[in-house]
Design a protein around this ligand. Structure first.
Ligand code: NAD
Length: 311
């Protein structure tokens, strides 16, 4: 039985993971292209005998899944499953698991870094000084401000704890949240009205999955509900936000700042107009790209594929 491993950074954890695969009798096929695989590359690499795929952001579409005749298990090197056609996988009885809890700390820490950049402009002011100008950008304090979290699973809760540590008020909108003791322990408020949260929050941060129901959750109407001084943070998935409406909000004073680690097209198309704005920050999907998170993602995704195939 063979396992195709697609993520580029997985190779750094060969010593940790390959013995687990070998002792389960699984033979490894590596992605040696140096980049995320296309549908055609996936189809050609996941041929006969490939029973499992450890997948990064590569598109496991219906077409790819239909071609992978021997595929029985997909293990996500990460959390978001939106690059996998879950319906097509279920139809063929292909099991799917993600590495839940592997990167929540790293993504939460990036969220806090975004928040500080948005209100204190540390990086931006450093760039100004290096360009030979001794100019300041007026900042804002976070203490006493309200953080509105949309989605409070593994990552959202870590963000909530850190925002409380910064003496912020934290409001959560998550219709499936059921951990009452977390709310009490951390003095966090669960709200059942998204519009009210958007209107009240100084910082709105997205920590929910991308699904057909959540696509463009932050649209023109949602942005209009937000404070003019508000900061929007997105470390989840680009398509949660209507980027056309975001451009409009950022250029007309609708909201103050947006920081995002994810984009509808990664990398964005050449000439993407949002990238010209000083109140817009985009990083290259780097939320989970820390030594600690990558190691956990490699280990958990390996353990998951072994369990699914050899259970
Ligand atoms: P999780 O499954 O633990 O939490 C998701 C939460 O969203 C759940 O509590 C769920 O109840 C809630 N939710 C679902 N639908 C909702 C809705 N309509 N409104 C409000 N809440 C809703 O996942 P997680 O580990 O916290 O990850 C969240 C997302 O972050 C992932 O789906 C993934 O897309 C993204 N992510 C990005 C990176 C990165 O590198 N930037 C890394 C890891 C995860």
């Amino acid at each position: 039985m063979k396992v195709l491993i697609t993520p580029k950074s997985f190779k750094n954890y060969r010593e940790l993971t390959y013995p687990l695969l070998e002792s389960a009798g699984l033979q490894v096929i590596e992605n040696n292209t140096g980049s995320t695989l296309s549908e055609a590359e996936l189809i050609s690499l996941a041929g006969e005998g490939v029973a499992g795929i450890i997948v990064g952001l590569d598109p496991l579409s219906e077409r790819v899944i239909a071609h992978c005749r021997d595929l029985r298990a997909i293990s996500k090197y990460g959390v978001g499953l939106d690059n996998i056609d879950l319906v097509a996988a279920a139809k063929r009885n292909i099991q799917v698991k993600n590495a839940l809890g592997s990167n929540n700390t790293s993504v939460a820490e990036l969220t806090i870094a975004f928040m500080f950049e948005a209100v204190r402009h540390v990086g931006a002011q450093g760039v100004i000084v290096k360009a030979g100008r001794w100019e300041r950008i007026m900042g804002l304090e976070l203490t006493g401000k309200t953080m509105g979290l949309i989605g409070a699973g593994q990552i959202g809760r870590e963000v909530a704890k850190r925002a409380r540590g910064l003496l912020m008020n934290v409001h959560i909108f998550d219709p499936y949240f059921d951990d009452v003791s977390f709310l009490e322990r951390h003095q966090v408020k669960l709200v059942d009205n998204l519009e009210a949260l958007l209107a009240r929050a100084d910082v709105v941060s997205l920590h929910l999955p991308l699904t057909p129901n959540t696509k463009h959750l932050i649209d023109r109407v949602a942005l209009q509900l937000m404070k003019k001084s508000a900061v929007l943070i997105n470390t989840s998935r680009g398509e949660l936000v209507d980027e056309e409406a975001l451009y409009e909000a950022l250029t007309t004073g609708g909201i103050a700042y947006a920081a995002t680690d994810v984009f509808s097209a990664e990398p964005p198309a050449p000439g993407e107009k949002l990238l010209n704005l000083s109140n817009f920050l985009l990083t290259p999907h780097t939320g989970a790209y820390t030594r600690e998170a990558n190691e956990r993602m490699a280990l958990y995704s390996t353990q998951n594929i072994v369990t699914m195939l050899k259970g």
